[in-house]
Design a protein around this ligand. Structure first.
Ligand code: MN
Ligand code: MN
Length: 288
């Protein structure tokens, strides 16, 4: 138990940015634990301003708060720590934007919202389906978060975008859980999914083609452009109650281009959360 997590001041009916410096659930390379510090340095370092493409200025916005980094142990207790903090955010009616860290953070973050909204939709951008039942002996590996979510919350709808690394086990898992997948080999899709809120958005930066985002642990060519992802995000109108941006690995990103993309996504997703979620606590009560 860390004392710090009990003192987080969640903004009611607001959006909170929470850094999650964790990479012990990465199966291949470590490094993602340094991502929150690198992204925050870019966001606060004068590279860009705080205004989204649609014109919303986060700087000084009364509903926007940087909550800092959550202290995490590099073991299974981190899953419980993140889950505890996410449940506190849900209780405070704070839309939480998690900044990873590896993809293991998504299970405890999204689970807190699935408990509040049983018919939650997950919009998941990733080269990989992350549906392994176990990976490397761990149920919490960054290759497993969506299997954990769907086995625990049967009414949750999962829409995956950008997948291009299926194998037989994960295809079976996708069928078993009724996952809707927009594979890269079928891009552009004949029709985009229609969302009915509330929505949780998870962006694994390896969904982008490594030409645009080399700073990830797993290079999988043939991915999305940043513009294609932004276009899809900017079409979302349902309440985005939670989100995460994960898998930046600064040790693979010498030019900083992937960190710049991550920082832009933090800004754009935060703006999306602010414009789609209610500004009053009593309106949050009515969400379902
Ligand atoms: Mn991935
Ligand atoms: Mn992933």
């Amino acid at each position: 138990m860390s004392a710090a997590r009990e003192t987080i001041d969640f903004p009611a009916a607001g959006v909170g940015l929470l850094g999650l410096p964790l990479d012990c659930f990465s199966s291949y390379r470590r490094g993602a634990a340094r991502a929150p510090a690198v992204i925050r340095k870019l966001l606060c370092g004068g590279m860009s301003h705080w205004t989204t493409e649609s014109g919303l200025n986060l700087k000084g916005h009364p509903r926007w708060r940087d909550l800092g980094d959550l202290p995490l142990s590099a073991d299974d207790s981190a899953i419980e720590t993140i889950g505890h903090t996410a449940r506190r955010a849900v209780a405070a009616q704070t839309a939480l934007l998690g900044m990873g860290g590896d993809h293991a953070v998504t299970y405890p973050l999204a689970a807190a919202w699935a408990e509040r909204f049983p018919r939650l939709t997950l919009l998941h951008f990733d080269a990989h389906p992350d549906l392994y039942d176990r990976f490397g002996g761990s149920p919490f590996s960054h290759a497993c978060p969506f299997a954990r979510l769907l086995e625990s919350y049967s009414q949750v709808r999962l829409v995956q975008v950008g997948v291009r690394a299926f194998n037989r086990h994960q295809r079976e898992q996708a069928e078993r859980f009724g996952v809707e997948t927009i594979e890269m080999r079928h891009w552009p899709p004949a029709e985009m999914p229609i969302f009915e809120g509330p929505l949780y958005i998870s962006i694994d930066l390896d969904v982008f083609d490594p030409a645009y985002a080399p700073g990830v642990s797993h290079h999988e060519p043939g991915g999305l452009t940043p513009r294609q992802c932004l276009d899809l995000l900017q079409g979302v109108t349902v309440p985005v109650v939670g989100a995460d941006i994960v898998e930046l690995n600064p040790s693979r990103d010498p030019s900083g281009i992937t960190a710049a993309l991550a920082a832009k996504l933090v800004k754009e997703v935060a703006g999306l959360m602010l414009t789609t979620t209610p500004a009053q606590p009593e309106q949050w009560e009515r969400l379902q």
